[in-house]
Design a protein around this ligand. Structure first.
Ligand code: NAD
Ligand code: GLY
Length: 383
């Protein structure tokens, strides 16, 4: 678990990469970079200075540990003063206090101090839990994100939202705590199940829809390559998505206002996710259907042209995401939507599109919400 071995200076030069993309998240003294490419663990110079001579805890889950933890450990351990690996069970069901405690137990039993660094190696669940543990442990230690799902690379590893679920609501307990670095490596995505890839594409499509219509068209054109997990297509999408997210987070880190646009499709999406029961649909799948519904609402309000909505629906369909809203009453949708974090005094607020690439948030008359929901129940089923 521990290593005294220090790397040779020449190792710090690492390997060159032809595909490395860098995105800065500009937050003053909390600024950091998202590095996007392939074989980033071999490029020691990119990350070793952040862990050199420090106590390092690699936090992962049992699935990712089997696939990749040995190689990541081999890369990190020589630079660390002391190295431990913490393995969580796999699944959203374990994103809770009880399993967060496993991280604190391990850190304390190995006498990790305030200069320790946690490394989150996994999807959004591992990233959110590790980030929250880093925010709390001894009142805050550094952490690095190594996201292994597309969703985590384009969304959850960037922006510093960390946390766990409470039985009364998803992500209800948490903290803003920015990582020191994000290493988004396309190599990990080769083993990602197709359904998880599609779920990540929902957030990619969302970024185009809220901020960059040309990007949405590019994603649509590249969909076959993205679905085949071709590295060049993935690296381009992760980089552009991270640029869009970084710009929004740089403007409004703590979601006082503007950052809410990153929740396009999520008001309906969270309602679907919670109403069906967590785990029936993946988060990204629920967001796909949520974008179908939020764009219907935007069109009905006269904000989004039908032809623009068609382009968005084409992208959601091409990504093989579900498009059929559950056949619930409006009252059922409103019940679930009123616990959304954007709600004010129990009244849901919606992120809407006033054209592709331009998002904003507002309350909407209940009658129009009702009409939109009913219209979406009539959408054809996926593909
Ligand atoms: P996840 O972390 O559950 O990962 C999905 C599945 O893929 C898991 O079974 C995981 O073990 C497996 N997996 C991960 N990487 C793999 C790989 N390379 N090869 C094979 N299998 C792999 O799910 P997710 O979609 O990454 O993240 C969802 C979580 O992220 C939710 O808890 C959500 O609330 C959170 N989230 C957070 C933010 C944020 O801003 N913090 C944003 C969006 C979502
Ligand atoms: N995923 C939404 C946000 O980071 O704000």
């Amino acid at each position: 678990m521990t290593s005294d071995a220090q790397p040779h200076a020449a190792d710090l030069l690492g390997h060159s990469s032809t595909t490395l993309r860098r995105v800065s998240v500009a937050l003053g003294e909390r600024s950091y970079e998202v590095l996007i490419g392939e074989d980033l663990m071999k490029q020691h110079q990119l990350w070793a200075p952040l862990i050199q001579g420090r106590q390092v805890a690699l936090v992962t889950n049992e699935t990712i540990a089997k696939l990749y933890a040995a190689s990541v450990r081999e890369a990190l351990e020589p630079f660390a003063a002391n190295f431990i690996q913490i393995e969580l069970p796999d699944g959203e069901a374990y994103k809770d206090w009880q399993h967060l405690q496993l991280i604190f137990d391990a850190l304390l039993s190995h006498r990790f101090d305030r200069r320790s660094v946690l490394v989150a190696f996994g999807g959004g669940v591992v990233g959110d839990m590790t980030g929250f543990a880093a925010a709390c442990y001894q009142r805050g230690v550094d952490f690095i994100q190594i996201p292994t799902t597309l969703l985590a690379q384009v969304d959850s590893s960037v922006g510093g939202k960390t946390g766990i679920n409470h039985p009364a609501g998803k992500n209800m307990i948490g903290a803003f705590h920015q990582p020191k670095l994000v290493l988004a490596d396309a190599r990990w995505l080769h083993s990602l199940p197709e359904r998880e890839l599609s779920a990540g594409l929902a957030e990619v499509i969302k970024h185009g829809a809220i901020a960059d219509r040309d990007y949405l068209e590019e994603v649509l054109a590249n969909m076959p390559a993205l679905l085949k997990a071709e590295p060049a297509a993935l690296i381009a999408a992760v980089a552009r998505s991270c640029e869009i997210k970084a710009a929004v987070v740089g403007e409004d880190e703590r979601e006082d206002d503007r950052r809410a646009v990153l929740n396009f499709g999520h008001t309906f999406g969270h309602a679907i996710e919670a109403g069906l029961g967590y785990g029936v649909l993946l988060h990204g799948e629920a967001v796909g259907t949520g974008m179908v519904m939020a764009s219907e609402l935007s069109q009905r309000l006269g904000l989004l042209a039908p032809s623009d909505r068609e382009r968005l629906l084409a992208a959601i369909k091409a990504a093989r995401l579900p498009m059929q809203a559950p056949a619930w009453s409006t009252a059922e949708y409103v019940k679930w939507m009123s616990v959304d974090k954007k709600a004010r005094a129990g009244r849901p607020r919606f992120v809407l599109l006033k054209g592709l690439g331009q998002a904003f948030m507002r309350e909407v008359d209940e009658a129009i919400v009702d009409q939109s929901i009913k219209a979406c129940l009539e959408q054809p089923a996926r593909n």
